[in-house]
Design a protein around this ligand. Structure first.
Ligand SMILES: [Zn+2]
Length: 573
């Protein structure tokens, strides 16, 4: 079998081609003789529609054709949208049947559509619709003369090198549906929005919930708008890293430049839409910033004064204790809390956690000694308070990477940043404290305070009231600040950056699902998921496995609490 099937748009052109090749015997739906058949589509009667508005698959390993095939559904046209299109008639459907049959019996398919972008799209859509794999040759007819037809069939047209790029661009342009802007290499700076494909893919993974974003730790809801802004303004998308791009300025091996530009635009649009649609809020209950009050070395005053003052305001703190020094209640220089006092604090919701067994210089120890320091304290705290620590605080805040690695095993976080507050050493004043809190809120950060002595001991307070006043000030800004233990906020942040959220529309609303690879024994704290929308006049409720679950609206946001691996149905009326 060496059958050749030539496909063009109109019956008239088909006849001309058939005549030139001596195959102009008319059959039902085609001309043919010997091993050559020439048929026609009668226009763009196969429509291509994006499979999903919220998902767009692309990678630098995919050609424009593969991208088109992966993201579109192909069907016989039921409407006349688009230039040169019309609704498929019964006759058209019969013609598609003829083409399908001929295609199946052919060894080679010849694309003889008009050399135009729509011609490429018509042929490629047809090819995807029929979906029978055959080698395809382009008959690139710039004029319909006998000479050109014969030559074209032999060598694939008069500019096959040009054709490949033309085809790529035509398909990419159709796939993205945007008009390209040629990048000006000479004037292009990285700050002008160059973005590499790896970043875009990573972003898509997070936003579209295809996989947890564990490779991009910095990605969160505050980054999304900035990222979208950059991508939106980008003029070039490439799988090359920026350095390489600037050095060799070569095209991506698969995408033409034009295709890359347009895919970048499409990405930006899809990302913006999705970023605004559903996401995990930066901090619990959509608060702008977070603060953990932490206290080092297990002072007795932490039990006598700090914990009760926190509790008066509904706050809970984190107390880093040194196992060996616990129970030194009668120490004349610096009395420490006892195990029973620490147990009482843990029972009231404070976090009693690990500051190593002896507060020795772990950085000077052998790794196995340092590990023993940490593990001994874990065991002592678990045995005496009933709660095993899942965080760690480095003695002297000394944290080389080898120690961070050991201290992070089986934990939600370790203290690597802190704001020292106290008066003997840090000279904190009500003004300096207030300025720091304001800055934490302004930047949307997680502020972690470090306090040692209260009335006595390292960096103690001449006026402890200044510390309680700070608690009051933070309380007054509670709408913007999530106050919680180091453990709770570290857990939330890790979950936030490693949980994929996905929304799918249903007949009665939508399904929101979360998924993660994080270990469930450590990471099981609820996350706040926000869904943007116009909720003003709608009646919205939520259920989990058939049972009602609370939600609330806040302006255009629908807020609900979800576990890292969870599924909630939203009902909208
Ligand atoms: Zn310490």
């Amino acid at each position: 079998m060496n059958n050749i099937l030539i496909i063009t748009e109109s019956r008239t052109v088909a006849k001309t081609i058939a005549q030139a090749l001596g195959a102009n015997v008319l059959h039902k739906g085609y001309f043919g003789k010997g091993h050559i058949a020439v048929t026609w589509t009668g226009g763009g009667i196969i429509s291509s529609r994006p499979k999903c508005k919220f998902q767009f698959t692309v990678s630098s390993d995919m050609t424009a054709d593969e991208t088109f095939a992966a993201n579109f559904d192909f069907s016989v046209r039921k409407d006349s949208k688009g230039k040169g299109n019309r609704r498929a008639s019964e006759k058209d459907e019969a013609q598609i049947g003829v083409i399908q049959r001929l295609w199946r019996n052919a060894a080679t398919i010849v694309n003889a559509m008009k050399p135009s972008a729509p011609g490429e799209v018509i042929f490629t859509s047809l090819s995807n619709y029929i979906c029978i794999d055959r080698p395809v040759v382009r008959m690139w007819l710039t004029s319909i003369t006998r000479k050109e037809i014969v030559a074209s069939l032999e060598n694939g047209g008069n500019a096959p090198e040009y054709y490949a790029e033309f085809h790529d661009n035509a398909i990419a342009e159709h796939t993205i549906g945007a008009h390209p802007i040629e990048p000006d290499y000479a004037g292009l700076e990285p700050s002008h929005g160059l973005w590499c494909m790896a970043d875009l893919k990573a972003a898509a993974l997070t936003l579209w919930g295809w996989a947890p974003a564990k490779d991009i730790n910095t990605f969160n809801d505050s980054v999304v708008p900035a990222m979208c802004h950059r991508v939106k303004n980008c003029t070039y998308v490439s799988s090359h890293d920026l350095g390489r791009l600037f050095k060799d300025k070569e095209h991506d091996p698969h995408f033409s430049r034009k295709a890359q530009i347009e895919l970048g635009r499409r990405y930006a649009d899809a990302m913006t839409e999705l970023a605004e649609h559903v996401y995990v809020t930066r901090f619990r209950n959509n608060r702008r910033a977070a603060i953990s009050f932490t206290f080092d070395d297990g002072d007795l005053d932490h039990y006598l004064l700090a914990a009760p003052e926190l509790e008066k305001r509904g706050f809970r703190g984190t107390f880093w204790v040194i196992g060996q020094k616990v129970d030194a209640c009668n120490d004349t220089v610096r009395p420490r809390a006892s195990w029973s006092q620490l147990r009482e604090m843990a029972g009231r919701g404070h976090e009693i956690s690990n500051h190593s067994w002896t507060h020795g210089k772990l950085v000077l120890m052998k790794p196995e000694e340092a590990r023993r320091e940490i593990e001994m304290n874990d065991s002592a705290i678990a045995a005496n308070t009933g709660v095993r620590p899942v965080t760690f605080c480095y003695p002297y805040n000394a944290a080389p990477s080898w120690l961070i690695e050991i201290a992070s095993e089986g934990r939600v976080g370790t203290r690597l940043h802190q704001k020292g507050i106290g008066q003997a050493n840090n000279k904190s004043t009500p003004e300096s404290i207030k300025a720091w809190v304001d800055q934490v809120v302004a930047t949307g950060d997680w502020g972690v305070t470090m306090t040692h002595g209260i009335r006595v001991g390292y960096d103690n307070w001449h006026t402890p009231q200044d510390l309680w006043d700070m608690f009051d000030y933070v309380k007054s800004r509670e709408d913007s600040i999530w106050v919680a233990t180091f453990r709770d906020i570290a857990t939330y942040r890790t979950e936030r950056d490693n949980v994929a959220v996905k929304a799918t529309h249903t007949a009665t609303g939508m399904t929101i699902s979360t998924s993660t690879d994080l270990p469930a024994d450590l990471f099981n704290a609820p996350l706040t998921v926000a869904v943007k929308g116009d909720w003003a006049d709608k009646e919205v409720s939520a259920s989990r496995m058939g049972a009602y679950t609370p939600l609330r609206t806040d302006g255009n946001l629908l807020l609900l609490q979800m576990q890292p691996d969870d599924k909630v149905e939203i009902h909208i009326r």
